[in-house]
Design a protein around this ligand. Structure first.
Ligand SMILES: [Zn+2]
Length: 51
């Protein structure tokens, strides 16, 4: 059998704003550790909702 490489092998996290899982994206490769939201929209919600 040949080597199997899963496409779903990428890391994932739970968005702090919408509580949904999201998968690693190329644009986050340099700061994956610091990524907490699935999108800019959720990042806005997350940072604005702390009050
Ligand atoms: Zn989100």
């Amino acid at each position: 059998m040949a080597k199997m490489r899963k496409k779903s092998d990428l890391p994932s996290k739970i968005c702090l704003a919408c509580q949904r899982p999201f998968i690693w994206r190329k644009k986050w490769e340099r700061d994956w550790e610091g990524v907490k939201y699935c999108s800019d929209k959720c990042r806005g919600i997350g940072s604005a909702g702390a009050r």
